[in-house]
Design a protein around this ligand. Sequence first.
Ligand code: SAM
Length: 648
Amino acid sequence: MSKLPSPRLTWRDDGSPVSSDFGDIYFSVEDGLAETRHVFLEGNHLPDAWSGAHHFTIGETGFGTGLNFLSTWALWRETAQPHQHLHYVSVEGFPLSKAELARALAKWPELEALSAQLCARYPEPVRGTHLLHLADNVHLTLLEDDALPALRNFSGQIDAWFLDGFSPSANPDMWSSDLFGELARLSHVGTSFATFTVAGAVRRGLADAGFDAQKIKGHGRKREMLAGIFKGGAPHKEMRPWFQIPTPAPSLGSVAVLGAGIAGMSTARALRQHGFEVTLFDAQGIGAGASGNPAGLIMPRLAADESADGRLHAAAYLHTERFLSQRDDPDIFHATGVLQLARTKEEAGRFETISTLAHLPDDHMQFLSPQQVTAQAGLPTKFPALLFPKAGVVYPKPLLEWLIADAEFQIAEIATLTHSDSGWLLLDRDGRRFGPFDQVVLANGTGMTAFNEVAHLPVEPIQGQVSLAPAGALPPLAYALSAGSYAISLPDGRTLFGATYTRTGDALPTEPTRAAHQRNIAALGEGLPFLMAPLTRLDPASLEGRVAYRAQVPDRIPFAGPAPDHAAYLSSYDRLRHGDRFADYPPAPCHAGLFVIGGLGARGFSTSFLLADLLAAEMGGAPLPLGQDLLDAVHPARFIIRALRKNA
Ligand code: SAM
């Protein structure tokens, strides 16, 4: 289940929250801010510790009200240079709701400007990883889950720890030796830590995990606290070395991104935000492929189980919705709400299961009975529906123009990539050379497998034709509709609907056909019978349309990550053919500095932004915005590993 336990709070007269579950306070009322500064900031030698670092990462156990986070941000704002980035990773198993967070933070007027920004972006609680990009190059990663599984599932390297679970006597789970083992796994030699407690068990547990824990002067009436650094611990055995992400180069450099569709553009944006120097290449121009339709849907593709596929889509959708709603431009993203209508009894049952699994917070999904659909959307239907009230319609052209901003862009059809000590050289069809670049990202959809390095990826082009009904031909729709195919009322009165799903083999025709329009009409009428009458009046010969090719992989889960060296994988992990999971395997052999993002199918607009942030984090050494289970699910080497396991 994705629902997390809500904290049971009582509120003191002075406005501060107390946990009834743990019988402890979130912060001290008289001087919580001063205590935070003394214990966690000074205890970790901040701001000195982050001075000069391009990226600095703090890990916290217990996000609570976000007071520690906001005091850190305030100090960062005063002391960091414009090119520096702060990553703040915080675990929370009982997240406050947005309203509770705002109420608790109202106690600190000096943090008002920052708490307003945090509250605006703070997600309603749901299990998983939530990455929030805030001002001042501050990136908050909330790991919403019980602390131990959350840390076990997390990948990143922490420079300073704030250990702030409730008191060890009230909450031993936050101070267990297993948890300290995870802190050690995520630390490097010299990672600092600080905590308010001096409990003997905590001191011993930290020492056993490899931390040098010293008692130092505590805040106010508290005589002592603990602080120290990680000296190194027992080496960590990698359970799935084939999915390990290569250690990034210490300095950020130049990156070539191939493909100016949504995958490439969102990757270029994420890399630039991270501090990389990016050049974008495309043979035809911006949004020439599948990302060039007049409109698209941003909505989650949920599963009626706990599979990685459905959880990835839920996480990606929430991330995208946060990113696009922050931009607040209805010409780019219009949160019309999307109504997904069941077409059969079986589908109705699946929708009901999906709504109970709660992969999305309540304010993002409602299960509507047929009567509610009719009352709310004015649509007659026999079956229930899922309403995604914050989902909606994206307009690719202005979106891509916004994403490219002033990035370096080259129209060139890159034909070969060559790697040498100086980096990657790119050669185009006309013999022009570009580079060298330190790293390359292939984001060119179905064209990717033309490069030898990634020819093994099982990417298949699937033709999709959309149809456009003239203004007035179909009734205006209150919500964007999805029922097998989709229908969107465009601002100019036309209706966009479709799309076909056709394998065309090696021929990749791009002219819309009358037969495909006819198929779109039939499919929409089947999914949305109330549109049947106006649909039958449409003349397929008079419809406009557009044909593009989606890149699809057999498991339908997109991929993003380092490009595996196929031959080296086969020889390194040959023993997997014999079911030997625990042989002494070498680290993942990937092409140095080569990354891929693709297989986005029909949902590129909903999944690209999270995958792009993942790539930027992998390439730049930042905390990864996906848990290990989902990282494995999107890893480009999964196809090779699966084939080895099947001894195929
Ligand atoms: N750092 C917070 C702040 O600035 O407001 C205060 C943290 S409060 C003292 C401790 C937090 O740890 C609470 O928010 C609580 O819900 C969380 N917590 C307690 N046990 C947990 C567990 N097992 N897993 C994850 N979080 C837990």
